[in-house]
Design a protein around this ligand. Sequence first.
Ligand code: PLP
Ligand code: COI
Length: 354
Amino acid sequence: MDGLQITRTQTPKQKPQGPLGFGKHFTDHMLIIDYTEGRGWHDARIVPYGPLSLDPATTSLHYGQLIFEGLKAYRAGDKLVMFRPHENMKRMNVSADRLCIPPVDEDFFVKAIAELVKVDADWVPSEPGTSLYIRPFIISTDVFLGVHPSHTYKFITILSPVGSYYEGGLSPVKIYVESKYARSVEGGTGYTKCAGNYAASLKAQAEANQQGYAQVLWLDGVSRQYVDEVGAMNILFVIDGKVVTPDLSSGTILPGITRKSVLELLRSWNIPVEERKVPIQEIADAYDNGTLQEVFGCGTAAVISPVGELKWGDKVMKINDGKIGALSQKLYDTITGIQTGVLPDPYGWVYEIK
Ligand code: PLP
Ligand code: COI
């Protein structure tokens, strides 16, 4: 590829044996592209994976000018593919704009990531339910202690062979509805994938974990009455045959690429979908009157994750007897089927790495 230098490692690592877990193993190479004001993005290179050397006064370490993305590569028969990678670069540019980071050239960056996956192709796992998680991120690199946008940045991509995000795989997860802490408010950064959003979520998540819940379901940051999203996934409810999910207009939730794909599939199956404000009281009422049929989260890491229990205040809602629902299973099978080439790809979601 023009404009990309490749330096291969002289000391390839041992591949992991046994269950992969999520985000524990890293491949032999990484992609780095530098940005300098006046020059733009330059010096795209694939180099051996290794530590970064940063001055302790590097601005991203202090003020969190740091955004990231998450996507996956899969084996589809004898091909290697990525799922909707241009959507990730498009979203990265939305995050970049909000965090005063310069935009990337979406097409060039997708191609550079594809080259990285090609260099580490033998790290793409093939067992069912596994994939190569791709983590692009941008950090500001000015060495300066004042608060202002940096003039220099690094775009880096690392790769991690992964299994399922939740330890139980497709078994339903328990989710704690968060009424004390807030993750995001209108006008904030909720719609971006910036590191600060995740830092702000840790305390609630830790307290939920202590009570045996896997993640929290965030409510709106002002009234705590409307559903936003889960820590690492968007959320959908099946109520009386309709799929209901928070809309994106408040700018407080991440516009998930899996969410977008799920909604496109549901509409193609003529299943009624409502994107709107979702009061948590409506979910409790649907539970009480027996019309809450399924709850599931979706995301790149989480794929489709059925929710088996929601706890809101003192109310514990056990959903679908703690089993995965029929629609959640169908979405999981369809999405993973398209990703791994088992099913046709009528939407052109799959990007072949040639
Ligand atoms: N919401 C949050 C907070 C996330 O971290 C993620 C994961 O990326 C998602 C939603 C799902 O987004 P996507 O489907 O693009 O992975
Ligand atoms: C993803 O699904 O890509 C995520 O980023 C979730 C989590 C690992 C932060």
